[in-house]
Write a protein that binds this ligand. Structure first.
Ligand code: NI
Length: 174
């Protein structure tokens, strides 16, 4: 496994739609392993392939707490088949938007169909934090970021700050 660099907003690739996968082979599993390591190291509880620059419909998630056993979930070609009318709110962050958080309201339950690490068809009914995490990551596959749910003013302010941070970083590299 190896850690990959995470793409930070603003970057046009984060706005692109990811493509479905045809088959699940060892190369793909290697990529999923890299995504998982990148997410654990960050640390974060979810990562979509586009966040390491790969436009494929792949997600890794692990919402287990620090003192619990790791419980990784690999989602290949996930499709949300149901979203509840009931909603819940979480203070969301994103590895591609470091240092920024906002309360986002989403359906509190969702159902999902996907292929697992071995390419087997699976179904999942998720609630609470897991449901929010899945919806946040599936948004990434469609080029959507959590800041898209905020007012234009708030969103523009966050992008401006991230842009400035990027410029400062470049200065240090030079
Ligand atoms: Ni994210």
């Amino acid at each position: 496994m190896s850690k990959r660099p995470i793409i930070i907003e603003p970057d046009p690739i984060l706005r692109k739609k990811s493509q479905s996968l045809e088959n699940v082979d060892n190369d793909l599993r290697k990529l999923l392993d890299d995504m998982l390591e990148t997410m654990y190291e960050a640390p974060g509880i979810g990562l979509a392939a586009v966040q390491i620059g790969i436009l494929k419909r792949l997600i890794v998630i692990d919402i287990s707490k620090e003192d619990q056993k790791k419980n990784p979930l690999f989602l290949i070609n996930p499709i949300i088949t149901y979203k509840s009318k009931n909603t819940s709110s979480y203070e969301e962050g994103c590895l591609s938007l470091p240092g920024h958080y906002a309360e986002i309201e989403r359906p509190s339950e969702c159902h999902l169909e996907f292929l697992d690490y071995n390419g087997k068809k699976k179904k999942l009914e998720a609630q609470g934090l897991l449901a929010t995490c899945i919806q946040h990551e599936v948004d990434h596959l469609n080029g959507i970021l959590f800041i898209d749910y905020l007012s234009k003013l708030k969103k523009d302010m966050i992008i401006k700050k991230l842009k400035k941070n990027k410029k400062d970083l470049e200065k240090i590299i030079l």
